[in-house]
Design a protein around this ligand. Sequence first.
Ligand SMILES: N[C@@H](CCC(=O)N[C@@H](CS)C(=O)NCC(=O)O)C(=O)O
Length: 230
Amino acid sequence: MPTTKRCLTESDANRAIGGVPTIHYFDFQSRGRGQVLRLLWEDAGIAYEDIRYSFQEYPEYKKTRIAGMNPTGHIPVVELNRRILTQSYAILRHFARQLGKYDGETEEGKYWADAMCDIGIDWRTLFVNAFFSPQKDKTYPEHCETVRPRFLQGLETHLKTHDLSKTGPYVLGKSVTYADFVIYQVLHDEGLTQDRRKGMKDYPRLIQLVDAVESRPNVKTFLQSDRYLG
Ligand SMILES: N[C@@H](CCC(=O)N[C@@H](CS)C(=O)NCC(=O)O)C(=O)O
């Protein structure tokens, strides 16, 4: 049976987005595309209902409950105020606009946050393919040798050189955006934010971003809470 948990207390930010969202996602620790949504909600102080499916039970629910909400059968799916929201990155951008923050203030900033997010999307797709492959023993080490350093170096260079990013710590300098959570979460899921950032030692600008995200008061509280599952 999927588990359901209510997280945080309803706030003004819930009113700004129109209620308390319910997320349907895997019970995959604090990882995956669904976790990026939870991270944004935690940061914004948005109460949410967390429905988690084990990997074993998901195929059955995918054909029934999830397919009834999302014709592609993919998760995360969010229910909010009798609406169904699908596609995690579109959902992030939607909430950012509703909250009036997390996506930059100028057109140039919005473009740059979207572009950096899209690099995170490309990286995650390749990570998931390698990590969940039936030949994981071969594909994941290959990924870590080839694809992963390419994305790390690409993001590092962008962050160090783009006018909007180079002062840091975030993609848009001093203001956090949803793109920072997307980048943070793929680094986390690749196991690079742990062990004193050992796997990121050649990427100091990315370490700066990770440190800044983890130091945000609500994110810090979340990481120390029993809602954080590793
Ligand atoms: N572009 C979609 C991708 C959704 C997606 O691929 N979700 C994965 C989990 S992260 C999924 O549903 N996997 C189970 C399946 O394909 O059956 C999004 O960002 O929401």
